[in-house]
Ligand binder design. Structure first.
Ligand SMILES: Cc1ncc(COP(=O)(O)O)c(C=O)c1O
Length: 448
């Protein structure tokens, strides 16, 4: 169980001095959980199709080289959307053949590099396609090439993450006047365009809407192949977007549910005529990351108890700025890392940044926190602690992977007695690094 592994890891973080007054915030990654999610993804699609499927992890969800290496070992590729993400993927040893480049603003240099390496590229728009035309004409490439389309099927509950709205910035907006015809024509004129891509959105988009977006892309691929008179599009990239449950430890919805829904609603997708690419991010990592922070002080303000911790906007930026869309659970432990019991009190859990809204949770019912207690923030493995926001020059925390091994009693740590081993995924940022990254070498740049 992920929750018993987490309890063991919290206790061990305190026992082993990972979390301490000197190091009051750390991030943990449950390697067994990540492996289990990767296996669940792979088997969910293997259960509905014999077609080749590349599961390309969306690097933006957890841009950490050791995470990419772990997922690579589990048989996954990567989806990258910037030169930085591509550099991380290469550092992790992911081969170009299992790398997909999507981004709405690729420069000529990025495109040239991708085509030289043989990385799959999805053109975001027809202007980008014209750049690719020139590159394809100038040198042979092994890159599988496609176009991203926006099926314009509508938004989910979080506007900022809904990519298939009528006016989304991503892809060719298929329902705009003349757009569909232009896309079909683009394939007719370019026999080397063999892929079609869509990503309907992320957190907040219901499975049925995701499947509708995929269905639209499939229908377009069929139309294009019919028009061209051959199976020119041989691979459909259906994007990522499986939402994550931030309210409990339950991992719902599942990849298996989504794969079955696709099999029911777009059966031709899985009949073997198309290879597939998926680009899941959040659903592979979110549940397997936990931020731990010590409570530095407690106080009351206007009668409301407040626990001031070291985890706030720098780690959970979306939660702090948009708390209704991005609620996070907060778990209370005592100073030795044991689950805190005691009377439940409505309280705020605040971060260290210098603005009032820097709250991990407002008005949350929890056992009353005390100075030195440990607060755990689960479900933070994607788009959270790996996406540091440098407010107040707060340092990036260390990230540690953990594994739990049996204590010889055969219960795999379920009885709360396994041995926890930590490995460094990323060291904490030092003050010297903060100064260096803040123009420390150019102190005189604006004077004299
Ligand atoms: C093109 C593309 N693919 C995949 C993803 C990953 O989405 P998620 O993390 O929700 O699975 C995103 C997220 O923004 C994306 O833009």
């Amino acid at each position: 169980m992920a929750s018993s592994r987490r309890d063991l890891a919290v206790r061990a973080s305190v026992d082993q001095g990972l979390l301490s007054p000197a190091e009051p915030v750390v991030a943990l990654l449950d390697t067994a959980g990540i492996r289990a999610s990767a296996a669940a993804l792979t088997s969910a699609f293997a259960a509905v199709t014999d077609a080749p499927v590349l599961h390309a992890f969306a690097v933006k969800a957890a841009p950490l080289v050791p995470v990419l290496r772990l997922l690579r070992e589990a048989g996954l590729g990567v989806e990258v959307a910037s030169p930085g993400e591509l550099a991380l993927a290469r550092a992790a040893g992911v081969p170009p053949t299992d790398t997909v480049l999507d981004s709405p603003a690729k420069t000529p240099a990025e495109l040239r590099q991708a085509l030289a390496l043989g990385i799959a590229v999805n053109a975001d728009n027809l202007q980008e396609l014209a750049r690719i035309d020139a590159l394809v004409a100038s040198a042979p490439t092994a890159s599988p090439l496609g176009i991203r389309v926006n099926p314009q099927v509508g938004a989910g509950s979080i506007g900022a993450l809904s990519t298939a709205t009528a006016t989304s910035k991503f892809g060719v907006a298929l329902r705009d006047e003349g757009a569909r015809k232009a896309v079909v024509q683009a394939y007719l004129e370019r026999p080397w365009l063999t892929r079609l891509h869509t990503h309907t959105g992320s957190q907040g988009v219901p499975l049925a809407l995701m499947a509708e977006g995929v269905g639209e892309a499939y229908a377009l691929a069929e139309e294009i192949n019919r028009t061209v008179g051959r199976q020119q599009i041989d691979t459909l990239d259906i994007g990522g977007g499986l939402p994550v449950n931030f309210h409990s430890d339950e991992e719902t919805p599942t990849y298996a549910e989504y794969a079955r829904l696709l099999a029911d609603t777009v059966p031709g997708l899985f009949d073997g005529r198309y290879g597939l690419v998926t680009e899941f991010g959040r659903s592979l990592l979110a549940k397997h990351g936990t931020v731990l922070t010590r409570v530095e002080y407690t106080k009351t303000s206007g009668g409301r108890p407040i626990a001031v911790t070291h985890a706030g906007v720098q780690l959970a930026t979306r939660t702090v700025y948009a708390p209704d869309a991005w609620p996070l659970r907060v778990l209370a432990y005592d100073s030795e890392g044991r689950p805190r019991t005691g009377e439940v009190t409505v309280q705020d859990v605040a971060g260290p940044a210098c603005f009032t809204g820097d709250l991990l949770a407002a008005g949350r019912s929890l056992p009353l926190l005390h100075p030195g207690d440990v607060v755990a923030v689960p479900d933070t493995g994607a788009y959270c602690f790996a996406h540091h926001y440098a407010y107040n020059s707060l340092p990036r925390p260390g990230v540690h992977g953990f594994t739990v091994t049996e204590n010889g009693d055969g219960d795999g740590g379920e009885g709360g007695d396994g041995v926890v081993t930590f490995t460094t995924v990323r060291k904490p940022q030092t003050l010297a690094e903060i100064v260096a990254e803040s123009g420390g070498a150019h102190a005189d740049a604006l004077v004299g």
